[in-house]
Design a protein around this ligand. Structure first.
Ligand code: SF4
Ligand code: MG
Length: 274
């Protein structure tokens, strides 16, 4: 049984200084994560952050918890394995849009389907930031700021919430780097949700997409309760502008580990049939 501890948000910060560009949205996600941990009273030793590769995937180094900086696109695979082996831990996978929706896209789909009890935070800035601004799976079709796609990528971007829903994710929310308090609440709710929780975060890349500072005038907060009907949610996710934040969809279903799996965690095959 995990003990609730009294730790301040700043106590979860490691001694490693972030090397993100000033104004990068990922600072806000870092602050929201530590605030959520403090709010829930989670012990540092009970927490693991797992990432892939990219600017956002540096985040585990900046948190004083256990962490694993994995290989590109594989954070979710590692995190699910960890949670299955150690269901007592709070496991969070995180990374960027390129890492999660392109290189790790297959892991994303199957993580939604498997419904392991963990949280996935996708920090989406619609670009590959670390490798200097190439188009990613969520780049708008007409974004012409990269020398590699001077006329824009010309293909429709992914809609991450729609993808997650279609693949079976039982909990889908969206945050915004300009609203870290809302994001901290969503992260805490994601951790407490007993299943796979997908938090899509609009996290601006100030260096390669400075126009994303305009997001603050587009982003809205959902005031209605989360949708629980998948058909209604599908319609929303296909037709919305992608800037509505808050808890968007919640339809809990049995997850790994289920009640019996927590008692007998070695019986992995039984857990996946839940
Ligand atoms: Fe952040 Fe973009 Fe700088 Fe990377 S390149 S640290 S995503 S602002
Ligand atoms: Mg990115």
């Amino acid at each position: 049984m995990k003990q609730s501890v009294k730790v301040r948000a700043k106590d979860y910060k490691s001694e490693v200084k972030p090397i993100w560009c000033p104004g990068c949205g990922h600072f806000s996600v870092l602050n929201a994560i530590t605030k959520a941990f403090a709010g829930l009273g989670i012990a540092k030793d009970d927490t693991v952050l797992v990432s892939g590769i990219g600017c956002s995937s540096r985040l585990p180094a900046y948190v004083d918890s256990y962490g694993f900086h994995g290989v590109h696109g594989r954070g979710l695979a590692i995190a699910q394995g960890l949670k299955v082996a150690r269901p007592d831990l709070t496991v969070i996978a995180l990374g960027g849009d390129g890492d999660g929706f392109s290189i790790g896209g297959n892991h994303f789909l199957h993580a939604c389907r498997r419904n392991v009890n963990m949280t996935y935070i996708a920090m989406d800035n619609e670009v590959y930031g670390m490798t200097k601004g190439q188009a990613s799976p969520t780049t708008p079709a007409d974004w012409d700021h990269s020398k590699l796609t001077p006329h824009g990528p010309g293909v429709r971007p992914f809609k991450p919430a729609a993808l997650a829903l279609a693949a079976g994710a039982p909990w889908i929310a969206r945050g915004y780097s300009g609203n870290p308090n809302q994001m901290a609440g969503l992260i805490a709710a994601a951790i407490e949700h007993p299943g796979f929780s997908f938090l899509h975060v609009l996290s601006q890349c100030i260096t390669f997409c400075p126009e994303q500072t305009d997001w603050k005038s587009i982003v809205s907060e959902r005031s209605e309760p989360a949708l629980s009907d998948a058909d209604v949610a599908a319609s929303l996710f296909h037709h919305e502008d992608g800037f509505q934040t808050g808890l968007l969809y919640a339809a809990p279903r049995n997850s790994w580990p289920g009640p019996q799996a927590q008692v007998q965690s070695a019986d992995i095959s039984e857990g996946f049939r839940l």
